[in-house]
Design a protein around this ligand. Structure first.
Ligand code: NDP
Ligand SMILES: O=C(O)C1=N[C@H](C(=O)O)C[C@H](O)C1
Length: 263
């Protein structure tokens, strides 16, 4: 059995991941973490009354009391890097969905895990369909260099653009490099009208109640267009990828960035 802790267990993703770990016979949930939680045991929450899982309020306490193999993290961009570094320093394999890592933070974590020969995963998106959307978009960019990304999310999201949009832009930029798009003389009449700019491609972030996680990658060329779209209607869409990540990190000897590296 793979021993797992979930950081951010009361959040939208953390709660879904906690249930997935409990229901998966290959996994054992050994603890959950949230400094703001008022509970001492998971069984104080109505849906988990039959369980006996400690709630930790400090990560230092967690590593003293339980010896997890894997640290699932769905918290907030502000703490995700510290959490991941802490997990690695304590020999716990991180499986991180939290967004907001800088390129140099990811690079530093890869170097450190290589030195320790410790598996790990940071995945901006765990949905298999989203991975395919990113890969199809990178393929399309070989023929259609003009592209704009529209990501649409629920209105509680803290970061913009989404981690998925940034990863998509990185994958497209790897194929086509910098490419100036639109009219070089264009002028924004309202600041931000053309969205964020990544290597010449624009990224637009929509936040509305009722949405979960959606992304459209729209290509245009002479007389034709191509749109690649993925929709997560439910957070269950991410769980196959999280479960796969928890198993695969046990075999890896370094951290990888992106679930596509494990498929
Ligand atoms: N990779 C992927 O496939 C996906 C990634 N995400 C990402 O996951 C992250 C979480 O998303 P979501 O679940 O929607 O967000 P939520 O706001 O619903 O959940 C975040 C949780 O983290 C808790 N938290 C805050 N600080 C800490 C801390 N120091 N230690 C432990 N827990 C903490 C929050 O507690 P409190 O509310 O009390 O502050 C909250 O319960 C985001 O970065 C999001 O972009 C989301 C979906 C899929
Ligand atoms: O905050 C979310 O909800 C999501 N965050 C991730 C991101 O920023 O890309 C993954 C998915 O889009 C849902």
């Amino acid at each position: 059995m793979i021993k797992i802790v979930v950081a951010g267990f009361k959040g939208k993703m953390g709660l879904t991941a906690t249930k997935m770990v409990i229901e998966n016979e290959k996994f054992e949930l050994v603890g959950v973490l949230d400094p703001m939680a008022t509970e001492a045991n998971l069984n104080e929450l109505p849906e988990f009354v039959q369980l006996d899982i400690p709630v930790f309020h400090q990560k230092e306490e967690l590593v003293k009391q339980v010896k997890p193999d894997v640290w699932i993290d769905f918290t907030i961009p502000k703490v995700a890097y510290q959490h991941t570094l802490f997990a690695v320093e304590n020999g716990i394999r991180p499986v991180v969905g939290t967004t907001g890592f800088t390129e140099s933070q990811v690079a530093g974590l890869i170097t450190q895990t290589k030195e320790q020969q410790l598996g790990g995963l940071i995945a901006p998106n765990f949905a298999i369909g989203a991975i395919l959307m990113m890969q199809f978009a990178a393929k399309a960019a070989e023929y259609f260099p003009d592209v704009e990304i529209m990501e649409l999310h629920h209105d509680q999201k803290l970061d913009a653009p989404s981690g998925t949009a940034i990863k998509t832009a990185e994958m497209i930029a790897e194929v086509r490099g910098y490419h100036q798009q639109g009219n070089p003389a264009e002028k924004e009449l309202i600041k931000g009208a053309r969205g964020a700019d990544f290597e010449g491609m624009k990224i637009h972030s929509v936040r509305l109640p009722g949405l979960v996680a959606h992304q459209q990658v729209q290509f245009g060329s002479a007389g034709e267009g191509l749109t690649i779209r993925h929709d997560s209607y439910d957070r269950a869409s991410f769980m196959t990828g999280v479960a796969l990540g928890c198993e695969k990190v046990m075999e890896l000897d370094q951290l990888v960035y992106g679930l596509e590296n494990l498929l």
